[in-house]
Design a binder for this molecule. Structure first.
Ligand code: PLP
Length: 466
C-alpha cells in the first residue's frame, strides 16, 4: 500500500492532503498540552503524530510511510483498517453498542465458543477482560481461590502488565519503580535463556533440565503448600523472544501436576497466530490450566482480553462465586471484532501464511546475518516473532548497550532504530535487541523490504562490534 496513500480523513470525514502543517501542529499541541503518557518522563517524549494506517503501513502527517515491524505493541495482527474488522464494529455499533457483563448477547457467546473450539485440551470457558494485565490479575485470582493457596511464581525477564498484581508478577527491570507499592505473594525464578544461561549450560536441552531443577528447588524452598500458580509467557516476548528449549514447558506442566499448582500460560503477546498457531502452547504440545490472552484476539481495534479456563477450574466455580468483574467485560464492539478475526484467519489462511513466511523468509534471512554482521550475537524466534540480540563482542556476548541503558549509553541502539525509521521501517527495539514482529497479514514483498532495512541498519551496529 506504500505510496498509494496521498492524505488522510479527519474526524468529520473531510480529506486532507499530507503536509498540512497546521493540522499536525494542533495534534502535537493537544497531545503535549494534555495527554499524560506512559513509561516515560513527560518532558522527554515527543510522540509521532499518525495521520493514517492501512495494512502493515502507517503514515505521519508529512506523508512519510512506515512499515510497522512492531505491529504497534505487537497487537496489530491483522494490520491497520482491516475492512472486515472495521465493518464488524460498525455493524455491531449500529445494532447494539454495549451491554453489561451479566447479560448475554450473540457476539460475546460466539466469540467465547470459537475461542474454546481452538483452545487446547479441556479449556472450554472464557472470562473476558479489557486487556492483558487484567486477564493476568483475574487468572491469578482464580488460581488462588481454586487452590486456597496464595503465592504465584513468575520469571525474571517477563512482562505481564502494568496493574498492581500484573506489575508485581512482571520480572522486567521496569517494574522496580513500582515495586514498593506492588502486591505481595509473588516469587521470581530464572527461566531458560541459553544465550545468557544462569545455569552455565552447554546446550538447550541441558538449559531446560537445569532450569527445571532450579524451578523445583524454588518450589521446595517456598513450600508447595503455599503456591497457587506458576505464570509464564509461553514464548517470553518483550524481554527477548525467549523460545522455550525442548522439554521445558512439559517439565513445568509436570511440576504443576506434582505439587498441585495451577499452570497459567500468558499468551497475551503470542496467542492468536503470532508464531503460526492459535496458541503458542500448541507448538509445544502442552495444555495449561489457564491461558490469558488479549492483543491478537481482535488486533486491539477495541480493547479486549480474557482468561480461558479448564473444566476443572470452571466447575469449581459452579457453586462458588468468582469475585471478578469489569463493567466492559466482553464488550460487544470488541467481541464483534473478535468474531471477524476468526473469520479472517480461517478464510485467508493466516496461520499457514505466518508459518510459511517465518520458515521460508525470516528464519534463513536472520540466521544468514550471523555470518555477515559482527554485531548479531543471537537469533531467536518462530513464525513472525523474532529477536536479534546485538553485541559488541560475540565471544564474550557483551551487549551492544549496557543492560537497561538510558541516555548516552543507549546511543548505539538509538542510532540503529533511527536508521530503520529513515528507511521507512518502524522497528521494535528494546535494550540491545531488534525484534521482528510485523502484522501477520504482511506480504512477502513488504517483509523482504523491511528485512532489507534491518540489514542496512545493522551496519550501524557493526561499527561498534569487534
Ligand atoms: N502479558 C504480556 C506477555 C504482554 O506482552 C503484555 C503487554 O505487552 C501484557 C501481558 C499486558 O497487556 P495489556 O497491556 O493489554 O494490559
Amino acid at each position: 500500500t506504500t505510496g498509494t496513500c496521498t492524505g488522510y480523513t479527519d474526524r468529520t470525514g473531510a480529506f486532507h492532503a499530507f503536509g498540512d502543517v497546521a493540522a499536525e501542529q494542533q495534534v502535537r499541541a493537544d497531545d503535549r498540552g494534555h495527554v499524560f503518557h506512559s513509561w516515560s518522563a513527560q518532558a522527554q517524549i515527543n510522540p509521532l503524530p499518525i495521520a493514517a494506517g492501512e495494512g502493515s503501513t502507517f503514515w505521519d502527517y508529512d506523508g512519510n510511510a512506515y512499515l510497522d515491524f512492531s505491529s504497534q505493541l505487537v497487537n496489530l495482527n491483522l494490520g491497520h483498517q482491516h475492512p472486515d474488522l472495521v465493518r464488524a464494529i460498525q455493524e455491531q455499533a449500529g445494532r447494539l453498542a454495549t451491554i453489561q457483563p451479566s447479560m448475554a448477547n450473540d457476539v460475546r457467546g460466539e466469540l467465547a465458543r470459537r475461542i474454546a473450539e481452538v483452545a487446547p485440551g479441556d479449556l472450554n470457558s472464557v472470562f473476558f477482560t479489557n486487556g492483558g494485565a487484567d486477564a493476568n490479575e483475574n487468572a491469578v485470582r482464580m488460581a488462588r481461590r481454586y487452590t486456597g493457596k496464595h503465592k504465584v511464581l513468575s520469571m525474571y525477564r517477563s512482562y505481564h502488565g502494568n496493574t498492581n498484581t500484573a506489575i508485581a508478577l512482571t520480572g522486567d527491570p521496569r517494574r522496580w519503580a513500582n515495586q514498593p507499592y506492588a502486591d505481595g505473594g509473588v516469587v521470581h525464578f530464572f527461566g531458560p535463556y541459553p544465550y545468557r544461561s544462569e545455569f552455565h549450560s552447554d546446550s538447550p536441552e541441558q538449559e531446560a533440565q537445569r532450569a527445571l531443577e532450579h524451578l523445583e528447588h524454588v518450589i521446595a524452598l517456598e513450600g508447595p503448600a503455599t503456591i497457587a500458580g506458576i505464570l509464564i509467557e509461553t514464548v517470553v516476548g518483550t524481554n527477548g523472544v525467549l523460545v522455550p528449549p525442548p522439554g521445558y514447558l512439559h517439565g513445568v506442566r509436570e511440576l504443576c501436576d506434582k505439587y498441585g499448582i495451577v499452570y497459567i500460560a500468558d499468551e497475551v503477546m503470542v496467542g492468536f497466530g503470532r508464531i503460526g498457531e492459535w496458541f503458542a502452547v500448541d507448538a509445544y504440545g502442552v495444555v495449561p490450566d489457564l491461558i490469558t490472552f488479549a492483543k491478537g484476539v481482535n488486533s486491539g481495534y477495541v480493547p479486549l482480553g480474557g482468561v480461558i479456563i479448564s473444566d476443572a477450574i470452571a466447575h469449581f466455580f459452579d457453586d462458588v462465586s468468582f469475585q471478578g468483574g469489569l463493567t466492559y467485560s466482553g464488550h460487544p464492539l470488541a467481541c464483534a471484532a473478535g468474531v471477524a478475526t476468526f473469520e479472517v484467519f480461517e478464510r485467508d489462511g493466516i496461520l499457514e501464511h505466518v508459518r510459511d513466511l517465518g520458515a521460508r523468509v525470516v528464519e534463513p534471512t536472520l540466521n544468514g546475518w550471523l555470518a555477515t554482521h559482527p554485531s548479531v550475537g543471537d537469533v531467536r524466534g518462530q513464525g513472525l516473532f523474532w529477536a536479534l540480540e546485538l553485541v559488541r563482542d560475540r565471544e564474550t556476548h557483551e551487549p551492544l548497550v549496557p543492560f537497561n541503558a538510558s541516555g548516552a549509553d543507549a546511543a548505539p541502539m538509538n542510532e540503529v532504530a533511527a536508521a530503520c525509521k529513515a528507511a521507512g521501517v518502524w522497528p521494535f527495539t528494546h535494550f540491545n535487541r531488534m525484534h521482528v514482529a510485523p502484522p501477520l497479514v504482511i506480504t512477502e514483498d513488504e517483509l523482504r523490504r523491511g528485512l532489507d532495512a534491518y540489514d542496512a541498519a545493522l551496519t550501524v551496529a557493526d561499527r561498534y562490534a569487534s
